[in-house]
Write a protein that binds this ligand. Structure first.
Ligand code: UFG
Length: 329
């Protein structure tokens, strides 16, 4: 049995489907603070999963899971992820991400469950010193969100030395797309991400798409990012799980496409999918946005045998189909 924390959230729910499709039994743990019960209902209508509503900040909640199920490995997504919210509410981020993870890890160690796949982030790197960025790039997170991810990575290293807890840490770049055929996709109550924001401006009246800054030192003045498809990304989690079980070795992998797109490139691609130009406004730079982030994911390709084949236009088309479904929820 695989425990997936945060399995009602965006990436977590896609991972649940990926593991189920690979014939693994899954128990999902989520408090619905960011995830959605409707997503679990959709999954349950088609697949056999165990679901437990609980909060990692209450250690008793997670202890129950390890007592009830024979867990082979944990895939840990639960946590807050909005960069700008972390700068104004760091307390919430440290409590939820760091304390919540500590409870999870302590419960794992007490119950002798010693394999974890951890959802980390490119936010641990901070400003790029060089691109593409490999796993040896310096770690200088620019915001509390990135700091919580780095603190957890460090805790995992210490828990390996002391308690033999093995971990695969996966550092995601910009995750986009959706598995709309399974009725799942990106669903944040307050949307801050680029692709859903452009799509929403085409589907929702008075929803304005803003470009945050067109005066960066990039080819067209807008920020450059590495967009990786969510279905490719969760496949890497399955490969990481197999790697961990087989090799019993801890490791760290970047997960990105290695391709660079500016905000305007993404906007143009969305317009191509829609078949028409949507209006936008140029706004001030968003606080804490690095100008450029590009992944070197060659290690994941080599060691995990990972490949990411979904193109930007395919990911955006899937996200568009999902946005239309979401409107009906
Ligand atoms: N952007 C806009 N308008 C919008 C939304 C975003 O111009 O409405 C721009 C941002 O300024 C940025 C780019 O589009 O330049 C991408 O922004 P996102 O919010 O989609 O993603 P981020 O790069 O800010 O953050 C993402 C994840 C983080 C993770 C980070 C690591 O959301 O959790 O990638 O690279 F830490």
């Amino acid at each position: 049995m695989i425990l997936i924390t945060g399995g009602a959230g965006y990436i977590g729910s896609h991972c649940v489907i990926e593991f189920l499709k690979n014939n693994l039994d899954v128990v999902v743990f989520d408090n619905f603070s960011k995830g959605h019960s409707k997503i679990i209902d959709k999954i349950k209508s088609k697949y056999d999963i165990n679901f437990f509503k609980g909060d990692l900040r209450n250690k008793n909640d997670i202890d129950l899971i390890f007592r009830k199920y024979d867990i082979e490995a944990v895939v840990h997504f639960a946590g807050f992820s909005e960069v700008s919210a972390s700068t104004v509410q760091p307390k919430m981020f440290y409590e939820n991400n760091v304390l919540g993870t500590l409870n999870l890890l302590n419960s794992m160690v007490e119950n002798k469950v010693l394999n974890i796949i951890f959802s980390s982030s490119a936010a641990v790197y901070g400003e790029a010193k060089y691109v593409p960025m490999d796993e040896n790039h310096q770690l200088m997170p620019k915001n509390p969100y990135g700091k919580t991810k780095l603190i957890i990575e460090n805790i995992l290293d210490d828990y390996e030395i002391a308690y033999n807890l093995k971990s695969v840490k996966l550092r995601y770049f910009n995750v986009i797309g959706a598995n709309y055929k399974e009725n799942i996709g990106e669903w944040h109550d307050i949307e801050t991400h680029l692709v859903p924001n452009i799509l929403k401006s085409s589907l929702i009246d008075d929803y304005v798409f803003n470009i945050f800054g067109d005066d960066y030192e990039t080819k067209d003045g807008t920020c450059i990012r590495d967009y990786v498809d969510v279905q490719d990304l969760v496949h890497a989690h399955y490969l990481a799980y197999k790697y961990l079980i087989k090799s019993n070795k801890s490791d760290i992998f970047n997960l990105g496409s290695g391709k660079e797109y500016s905000v305007k490139d993404v906007y143009n691609c969305v317009c191509k999918v829609l078949g028409y130009k949507i209006p936008f406004k140029i706004n001030a730079r968003r606080k804490g946005d690095p100008a450029i982030l590009i992944a070197d994911s060659s290690k994941a390709r080599k060691v995990l045998n990972w490949s990411n084949e979904t193109s930007l236009i395919e990911s955006i088309s899937n996200a568009y189909e999902w946005e239309k479904i979401l409107k009906t929820f």
